[in-house]
Write a protein that binds this ligand. Sequence first.
Ligand SMILES: [Zn+2]
Length: 134
Amino acid sequence: MRKIDKIILHCSATKEGQSFTTKDIDTWHRARGFAQIGYHHVVYLDGSVHKGRDESLIGAHCLGQNATSVGVCYIGGLDSQGRPKDTRTPQQKAALDKLVEELKTKYPQAKVFGHNEFAAKACPCFDVKKEYRQ
Ligand SMILES: [Zn+2]
């Protein structure tokens, strides 16, 4: 297994309340030239967690950080006008908490970050440092 020192959180940059699947993301990412979906886990609006790229494989989700990270994405992140917004449903928040705990157990040396800590982006549209590193 590759070394994992970061768990990086993302949003799908899709509008609040709109439902998308790992298959949709896989299509988008292939269209951008990726081999397959770039995230390792995707959290749907209902809080269900779905597998993307296998964790043993380097993801395609955060430039410069992919080799040693796991990428997690929740569906949402934009308001109805397409502006950045924390659109996580209570089910998604609970599922993210549980998934992050599981990943930290699996990779004890890993710390949790938001994509926006490595790139000039709003993603994942909430303060990961405040929620997961304090
Ligand atoms: Zn992102």
